[in-house]
Design a binder for this molecule. Sequence first.
Ligand SMILES: [Zn+2]
Length: 90
Amino acid sequence: MISHSKITVDASMISKVECNMCGNTVWDVGQKIAVRADFLSVNMLWSRNSNKEGQEDHWDLCEECYDKLVLQFKVPITTATPTDAEQFKD
Ligand SMILES: [Zn+2]
């Protein structure tokens, strides 16, 4: 597990997002009825400490696929409850 900084993306700039694992649309503001579900978005620029130096990968997961993925982890994820999260507000 590593520490990382947060990247904020303005949601109004996103038009459509599909889950890379199952293909379901998780975000589409172009439809008459907009799809706006939470999803995990990963951006990775590989450094010289990898075999993919300079390669930039991007993928997104819907909540259901996220749950399936994290269940496979040997080290459980760190989770904050809403009460804990409120402590991190400005
Ligand atoms: Zn999915």
